[in-house]
Design a protein around this ligand. Structure first.
Ligand code: ADQ
Length: 471
């Protein structure tokens, strides 16, 4: 019987996870038998080639270690200082050290070597995210003939940004070794297709670039979702109620405006605080009547650009406090930590407005979770960036250009002034879209396209090996 092998950068750990991929795949894994294989999170000078098996939160997981040098080049270097900023169109924040590419390839080869002995000929392999673009190539060079799919959780860049990436030609060739490539949004499919067409052999000049053959690779959008029903349930859980009670006591009659993000420059946090500052500056009536809570646990904080984003945000929050705070009123609270899902659900439920304004985002699961957690009788309003993949499926949100802080401030004002009837109408449409794009259907539709018939087996009917690692 065919098995499913999922591969990504990191295995999920215990406790609250701040990565969207971990949240999404844990859900998929929780409903199936099998195991998850990925980097253990441990660094050692001479890693054992053989994976170790462990039970983590009911999931059977196989892990390998990495060497510190390889990990630095592969993870902080090529993946997160070159691919992440370029794919998010932030070439100004990219650090191009082309030697990192060797470490990136070495780690992909190490993953392939560890995985290969575990594979059976009819296993179906699902590889996740930008850390592992070369994995199919590496597996194929070891003789793997399996169906292999790749899912990109982040946006696909424009041709110009891709050209700025060292070895981009090899990465495109690596992508052509997959049978299926899944993107978050139609926007990404269009950018990929555009690039694939651009790098076809030129009929001009004498040195035509060699074409990459994508004739065996299917390309499609599979927008990821959350579990809106679970967030609806969680928002009425004791932990959520406790959080709501605590917040109500602190807020009194003030309307809560909420932001929840990993602390990442792609999330547009300084622009968001500036938009809030403009709301307060332009509308005196909101002072003392609204409160912004921004929850943003640090991530990738060994990378300089992340520390700088954190410093900028500290300064912005300080500026707004200095400008508007009074002895008995603070305009905002900024919390740098992760919360468990029940507490988050409580915050979502209480928030009159969710500010989800990334400068660019693959999907953005916070938007889905916020919708799921709303009270149908009295729902809040989602202010959403046009540049999140989520904008394609949530047109009933208040869509904004996050670079235009006047526009975001005005959307905030509209959200705070919106009638109950309009809030309900918009939320009903949003909730229907969030349910139609839930995470279970996302996983099944990808797997079904990769290997027709495989999704019908249902929970536990097949062994599932997840070889994975998370952002
Ligand atoms: P991320 O960039 O991590 O994911 P996102 O989709 O917003 O972004 O997912 C964040 C997840 O982390 C959510 O499930 C959220 O609940 C959780 N989270 C955030 N802050 C938290 C906090 N303070 N405490 C607890 N949990 C917190 C990447 C891509 C996205 C894509 C996802 C999934 O960058 O574009 O949507 O993968 O594919």
């Amino acid at each position: 019987m065919s098995r499913i092998v999922i591969v990504s950068n990191r295995t999920p750990g215990k406790g609250p996870a701040a990565g969207g991929l971990a949240v999404a795949l844990k859900k998929v894994l929780g409903e199936r038998e099998g195991f998850w294989f990925g980097w253990s999170g441990k660094l050692t000078e001479s890693p054992d080639a053989k994976p170790r098996f462990e039970d983590i939160d009911g999931l059977n997981i196989a892990q390998i270690d990495l060497s510190p040098d390889d990990h630095r080049a592969y993870y902080s270097g090529f993946s997160n200082s070159i691919l992440w900023p370029s794919f998010h169109l932030r070439l100004d924040l990219a650090t191009i050290e082309s030697h990192w590419y060797e470490g990136y390839r070495r780690v992909n080869a190490q993953f392939a070597k560890a995985l290969m002995p575990l594979l059976k000929p009819d296993d179906v392999i699902w590889v996740h995210d930008y850390h592992l673009i070369p994995l199919a190539s590496e597996l194929r060079s070891l003789g793997a003939k399996n169906r292999i799919g790749f899912y990109l959780h982040i946006p696909f860049p424009t041709a110009d940004a891709l050209y700025a990436i060292p070895h981009h030609g090899e990465l495109m060739r690596d992508l052509s070794r997959y049978n299926l490539i899944g993107f978050q949004a139609n926007r990404d499919v269009a950018a990929f297709t555009d690039f694939a067409e651009h790098q076809a052999p030129s009929t001009f000049g004498t040195r035509a670039t060699e074409a990459v053959d994508f004739s065996k690779t299917e390309i499609a959008a599979f927008p990821i979702g959350s579990d809106p029903e679970a967030f609806a349930r969680l928002s009425a859980s004791p932990a959520a109620k406790k959080m709501i009670h605590r917040m109500r006591r602190a807020l009194g009659e003030q309307a809560l405006i909420l932001g929840v993000d990993r602390l990442d420059y792609s999330k547009g946090l300084p622009q968001r605080v500036e938009a809030y500052e403009k709301l307060l500056a332009n509308n005196q009536r909101f002072r003392r009547n609204v409160h912004l809570l921004q929850v943003a646990p640090p991530s990738r904080d060994t990378i300089k650009e992340y520390q700088e984003t954190s410093d900028t945000l500290d300064a912005m929050c300080g500026r707004v406090m200095g400008r508007f705070a009074e002895p008995d009123w603070a305009p905002l609270t900024y919390v740098k930590r992760a919360y468990g899902q029940p507490s988050l659900a409580g915050l979502y439920r209480l928030a009159r407005v969710a500010l989800v304004t990334p400068l660019r985002d693959g999907m953005n699961l916070v938007a889905h979770e916020y919708i799921g957690a709303q009270n149908p009788e009295n729902p809040g309003v989602l202010v959403l960036s046009r540049f999140a993949g989520a904008a394609e499926i949530f047109p009933e949100a208040l869509l904004v250009n996050p670079f235009d802080t006047d526009e975001t401030a005005e959307a905030l004002r509209m959200a705070l002034d919106m009638s109950l009837e309009e809030r309900r109408d918009r939320w009903q449409a949003l909730d229907a879209a969030a349910r139609a794009h839930n995470v279970d259907d996302w996983a099944l539709s990808f797997l079904e396209r990769l290997s027709p018939g495989i999704g019908e087996a249902g929970s536990g009917a097949r062994d599932v090996i997840y070889m994975a690692s998370v952002a």
